[in-house]
Design a protein around this ligand. Structure first.
Ligand code: ATP
Ligand code: MN
Length: 538
């Protein structure tokens, strides 16, 4: 791959209020890698990838994510503890403090864009305090060609100052770190945290507002890939449920691992130009494509290495949420450009720590709508500050922290699109089997892959009694057979070896579903409500 984004010009940042900065514009990945080493902000691992520590924060901080409440957002955003309002004048004052902080400093600037489909393209200028954060932007956003750079008009700006600490009392933040979206000024302002995920999820959240409101396109927290016959699959799921792992499939070309749009023209496109994979317990044997993507150009975050730069992927002493970012071309089998047709199969991934959901089941349209709005998983430690042990959790649309609109907006769009496209929808439990977390064990990746392949290839058969058993508690259709998977694995109850304990736990989960769904009851149609579990504990 030719790196055609060498520094060609120098730019001034005066228009942003950043004065007398030493600006490094559009440096190559290699240059940023080397500058990071020289500044001793990172080291080179034996695999060639740069390794950095992101500092105090090794995950996103959802409680410190704000949206400026202004003419554009005030009547559209679903305000609450997910979309926390921020005052315009407070934003202006804090912005001024941040750009003052960056003035006189060395800063790294990169022009890039989001959305692989040219009709939806969003130009972004990223201004970073640190070279490795700017390299992250190179990896994760789409990379303009030299020609595209010649008359590049940045529309959104990401200002990223991890070393700047807010004064909560004066600045109107919760504490010293913050990520604030301003839709009028088109700025994502990030300070006090070096976690790079805030940069990509900042732009994701902006697109989750812009695309449905102005472009009639459904934004989705999902991964996507395409089979040899051109059939697209998408995989929704919260952090750690397997979006990146399962979309990276040697037999299918990768569209993207995390953020996509589904257009009115029946296409699915990637927002990003790279992947951000978890590397906890990563092995070359189990996940060769991701392992081999860790080379020069990739950035490892918060991993532990020995003196020779050998990474211990099992070491969680900094965090469970160890990561690697790499440009998508580090994966061999990719779709170019990152666009596919209407999906044929949709997978809802959940890491069920109760261990009671079937490893794969087929959903009716009602069930699909119900489960999309519920967005169940069990949070696994690490990606978010403050979460240290698994907790069952519900996050609407499998991505509530990134969705500025009311969840039903996205759910209605998805239901309509699923109907029009005639997709199959599957619920996949990539979490626990043979007992809950602590007793059972995680579903074997090999089995999950086999079940997903079977679903896509039509090997689970038509929707009939011979092929499926309706789960007595959840009401979903559990396949009776699956090539490459022992039959007892398909029935969670059978893996428990204790029916009473299994049903008790299953009812515990259905009650949690019911409790969570209360807040959507007044919005949900009878059809959607019918998609919920069939039985509850009393
Ligand atoms: P994020 O939104 O934070 O990027 P993600 O949905 O992309 O999260 P992955 O990065 O794919 O999640 O993480 C899934 C993790 O679970 C990986 O570390 C993977 O190795 C592990 N895993 C274990 N068993 C399974 C399974 N049966 N299916 C999928 N992943 C599994
Ligand atoms: Mn991922």
């Amino acid at each position: 791959m030719v790196d055609n984004t060498q520094a060609t010009k120098s730019i001034s940042l005066n228009q942003y209020g950043i004065k007398n900065a030493k600006v490094h514009y559009q440096l190559s990945s290699d240059q940023l890698h080397n500058i990071t080493l020289k500044k001793e902000q990172g080291v080179e691992s034996s695999l060639g990838a740069l390794a950095v520590n992101t500092g105090e924060f090794t995950g996103r901080s959802p409680q410190d994510r704000f949206i400026v409440k202004d003419e554009i957002t005030k009547d559209r955003v679903w305000w609450g503890n997910i979309n926390i309002p921020f005052k315009t004048d407070k934003f202006d004052a804090l912005y001024n403090k941040v750009v003052n902080y960056l003035s006189e400093k060395e800063v790294f600037v990169r022009d890039s864009y989001a959305c692989a489909d040219d009709n939806y393209r969003l130009n972004i200028r990223v201004i970073n305090e640190y070279p490795w954060s700017n390299m992250f932007a190179y990896n994760m956003f789409l990379r303009p060609t030299e020609r595209q750079l010649e008359n590049f008009n940045p529309e959104w700006t990401v200002v990223n100052a991890p070393g700047f600490m807010a004064d909560a009392e004066i600045d109107g933040t919760r504490q010293h770190n913050f990520a604030i979206l301003n839709f009028t000024k088109k700025i994502a302002l990030i300070g006090g945290t070096g976690y790079t995920g805030e940069i990509k999820k900042g732009i994701f959240s902006a697109l989750n507002f812009i695309l449905p409101v102005f472009k009639n396109t459904l934004p989705m927290h999902c991964s996507a890939n395409v089979g040899k016959n051109g059939d697209t699959s998408i995989f929704f799921g919260l952090s750690g449920t397997g979006k990146t792992t399962l979309s990276t499939d040697p037999d299918r070309s990768l569209i993207g691992d995390d953020e996509h749009g589904w257009t009115a023209e029946n296409t699915v496109f990637n927002f990003e130009g790279g992947c951000y994979a978890k590397v906890i317990n990563l092995s070359g044997e189990n996940e060769p494509e991701i392992y081999n993507a860790i080379k020069k150009g990739a950035i490892l975050e918060n991993v532990i290495m020995d003196n020779n730069g050998n990474v211990d992927f099992e070491d969680t002493s900094i965090t469970q949420n160890t990561r690697v970012s790499y440009p998508i071309y580090h994966i061999e089998n990719i779709q170019k450009p990152s666009i596919g047709k209407n999906p044929k199969n949709i997978f809802f991934l959940t890491a069920d720590a109760f261990g009671v959901l079937p490893p794969i089941s087929k959903l009716t349209p009602s069930q699909a709508a119900y489960h999309f709005i519920s967005g169940y998983t069990a949070k696994v430690a690490g990606t978010e500050a403050g979460v240290t042990e698994p907790v069952p959790s519900f996050s609407a649309c499998f991505g509530a922290p990134f969705m500025p609109l009311h969840p039903t907006k996205y759910a209605e769009m998805l239901s309509q699109k699923m109907k029009d496209a005639g997709v199959n929808v599957w619920l996949v439990n990539t979490g626990w089997t043979a007992g809950p977390y602590g007793v059972g064990h995680r579903m074997k990746l090999k089995y999950t892959r086999a079940m997903i392949s079977a679903a896509m290839n039509g090997d689970l058969g038509d929707y009939s009694y011979e092929n499926y058993h309706i789960h007595s508690v959840f009401g979903v259709a559990q396949p009776r057979q699956c090539p490459g998977v022992p039959t007892e694995v398909l029935s969670p109850r059978a893996t428990w070896n204790n029916d009473e304990a299994y049903y008790k736990m299953a009812f515990k989960l259905t009650n949690a579903f019911r409790e969570n769904f209360k807040k959507f009851e007044s919005y949900a149609s009878e059809e959607i409500r019918r998609g919920g579990p069939q039985r509850y504990a009393f």
